[in-house]
Every structure is written in C-alpha cells, then in structure tokens.
Design a binder for this molecule. Structure first.
Ligand SMILES: [Zn+2]
Length: 402
C-alpha cells in the first residue's frame, strides 16, 4: 500500500509540473499556466486521498468496527447492515475530504466557500447515500450467490442500473442544484428545429440553465441543455454549439457511455474479485474480516474500483476526446460556423484556459480536445468548400448556400 502511494506521489510530482506548455502560437493569459499546474496538483492530491482513505479504514481495522456498529443498529438485518456501513463510510470520507476541498477552493478563489457551495456539498452527500441504498446491496447479493462469477453478473447488472440513472439524473437529480427552463426564445427554437429537420428529427427538447452546455438523459428524458452565458453570446457561437450538441443527441453518445461504463466496471469488479480475495487471504487479521461477502469489505471494494478507474482514465478520456472531436466536425458540417467555433475557443483562452495543455492534463483530465486544437480545426476544416463529401453527409443535409 505504502509503495502504491509512493509511486503515485512520485508520478504526480514528475508530470504535474509539466501541466502546461507554451509552444503554441496562441498565448495563454499571464498566470493561466501556473493555475493549470496548481489545479493538476490539487487533482492528483484528490485522487491520492480517494485511495488513501479507504486504505486507511481497511488497514486500521476501522472498516470491521464500522460494520459491527452497522449490524448492531440494523439489528443484524442484511440489507440494513450493508446500507448503514455504506453511509458510515461515505460520511467518514466526506468529513476527511472536506478540509482539502475547502483549501482547494480557497487556493483558487482566495475566499472561503459560501452557503451555496455548502448546500451543494450536502445535496451531493445525500445523493451518494441514496445511490448507496439503491445499489450497494446488489454486488453483495451476487457475491453470496455466485462467489466465482459475481463480478461478471455485477457488471451486467450495471447496464440497466446506468440506464435508469441516466434517465433519472436530468429529471430528478440535476434540478436539485440548478434550475432549468424550457428555451423561451421562439426564433432560436425555430432555427434549431430547421437545423434538426435537415437531420430528419423534430421537436427536440431544449432547456436553458447552469453554466454547461450539454446533452443529458436517455430516451424520453434526453434533452439539450444550453448554458445561460451561451445565450447571451454571439449568434454564430450559439448556432455552432447547438450543431455540436445535436451530434451527441442524434448519434446517441449517452447510450455509448453505458457500454463504456460497463467495460470499466467489468474490469473493476474483476480486479476486486481477484485482488480483493488475494488481499483478504494475506491481511485478514488486520482487516478484521475474512470474506469478500462481509459488508466490512466495502472500503476494499472502493479502493480497488477507484484504482481501476484511475488506470482506465487515460483510455476513457481519449475516447471522450474522440467523441468531442467528432461532435465539432458534425457541428461544422451542419452549420458551417467555423468562425463561431474558433471565436468560442479564443474566448475560453481569454477567460484563462491554456491553449494547449501538457501530457498530465491530457492523459488524466482532458475530456475535450484543447482550445488550440479546436481553433486549428475550425480554421482548416471546410470539405464542402473543396467539393469533398462531408463525413456526416448521410446523417444531415448541408445548410442552404448563403
Ligand atoms: Zn460535446
């Protein structure tokens, strides 16, 4: 364990420093690169904490004691013990992480977080507890029923669970922290409708609220969310962005994420099975339990799942960047608003983004291409002007010539 933490620290130290590079012709704001390096350090520290806390609970034997108290309060009830154990662990984790999060917030903004932040943290904690009550019993049931193959069944069960979560999140969970209203601007809605009609779909739900522009939900709850700031900005940026989001909406990118989550959980649960049983065999006296089916094994499962997630992250991010790059291509082909995309990214740089980040951010954190890459793409991608066939010509018709 100490070796793993040491390796993570050493790795983070080497690459977090190279968090930014300035080889690009695009210039970052003064201080933007230092802010990125700082945010890389905080990110790496957060990941180390998320491994260190379950490891500490596990190796100190505290996990077994928490399970003992959970079983006592639940009067031995199987479901109650697992759920209370999960709530105890989540509460302990939240308390231990809180000072770090406050410090992070203070380092970035030079002020302590206000009431809104604390309420958001509280709601986040409650949502995690509800999710734990809904889902944590399932792997334990599967371990009890099929000690050898539970990991495959648990990953398979994640498909309907993710499906339900993705349907429920935009309707019941997201509005807890942000208010969303249906798009009121009828002219804009008509423009979006005429754009989507070129892709043979109609009546796409469009909502406005929060800071993010994204597509959330699945099936009947699938919707495009436009960030409030975007609506105040120039028209060409807005139209390009709607084109970009239409790709996520029309080509089912949220459905693809269910398969990606399945693959990551399959790997994570398999490692929990193999590595978890091996660690229990070696350290059961320290852990205070001797079976993976014991609810006291929760921190062990969380530790191994977090580790697998970190290992899968570079691949997950590379896949995300591919999806986003294609959404840019789709948006440009659908709208021809190259200037809109380039200006959108230039604005992001003028707000403090680094034009082209270094390897640490790219490997572990970047879910989109860099602003620099997107600007260069916007400046060069015009197959329609050269008489070439656009990649998404079968999905959407080109815009009418102006
Ligand atoms: Zn996107």
């Amino acid at each position: 364990m100490r070796k793993i933490v040491f390796l993570l620290l050493a790795g983070a130290a080497i690459i977090a420093q190279s968090g930014a590079q300035s080889a690009s012709a695009l210039r970052a704001l003064p201080g933007a690169e230092a802010a990125l390096v700082q945010s890389n350090w905080f990110w790496a520290g957060g990941q180390i904490l998320s491994l260190a806390i379950p490891a500490l609970v596990l190796f100190s034997g505290l996990g077994a004691r928490l399970r003992h108290w959970a079983a006592f309060l639940a009067r031995g009830n199987w479901y109650g013990t697992i759920t209370l154990m999960a709530v105890f662990f989540l509460a302990l984790n939240a308390v231990l992480v809180l000072p770090y999060d406050v410090w992070h917030r203070y380092a970035v903004r030079s002020s302590f977080p206000g009431a809104g932040w604390w309420i958001g943290e509280g709601i986040g904690f409650l949502v995690r507890c509800v999710a734990a009550a809904l889902f944590y019993w399932l792997p334990y049931l599967l371990i009890a029923r099929s000690p050898k193959y539970w990991w495959a069944y648990a990953a398979a069960a994640s498909i309907p669970a993710t499906f339900i979560a993705l349907i429920v999140l935009p309707v019941w969970v997201d509005p807890l922290t942000t208010s969303y209203k249906p798009l009121a601007d009828q002219n804009l809605y008509t423009e979006i409708e005429s754009m989507s009609a070129r892709c043979r779909v109609a009546h796409i739900p469009v909502f406005v609220g929060g800071n993010d522009t994204t597509v959330v939900g699945l099936g009947p709850t699938s919707r495009i969310i436009l960030g409030t700031d975007l609506l105040r900005g120039p028209k060409d940026q807005l139209i390009f962005t709607v084109g970009h989001e239409l790709k996520h909406y029309l080509l089912g990118d949220n459905y693809k994420s269910i398969l990606v989550i399945f693959a990551i959980l399959l790997l994570g649960f398999y490692l929990t099975h193999v590595l978890g049983n091996a660690l229990i065999a070696r350290f059961h006296a320290r852990f205070g339990f001797s079976e993976l089916s014991d609810p006291a094994s929760l921190p062990l499962g969380i530790f191994i799942l977090t580790l697998s997630w970190l290992c899968a992250l570079p691949l997950f991010n590379a896949y995300g960047r591919h999806i986003e790059f294609e959404a840019d291509r789709f948006g440009l082909e659908l709208t021809h608003e190259n200037h809109g995309l380039a200006q959108l990214e230039l604005d992001a740089i003028s707000m403090g983004d680094v034009p082209d980040w270094g390897p640490f951010f790219r490997i572990f954190r970047a879910t989109h291409p860099t602003d620099g890459e997107r600007i260069r793409f916007a400046n060069s991608y015009r197959p329609w002007a050269r008489g070439e066939r656009p990649v998404y010509a079968d999905v959407c018709k080109q815009p009418p010539a102006q």
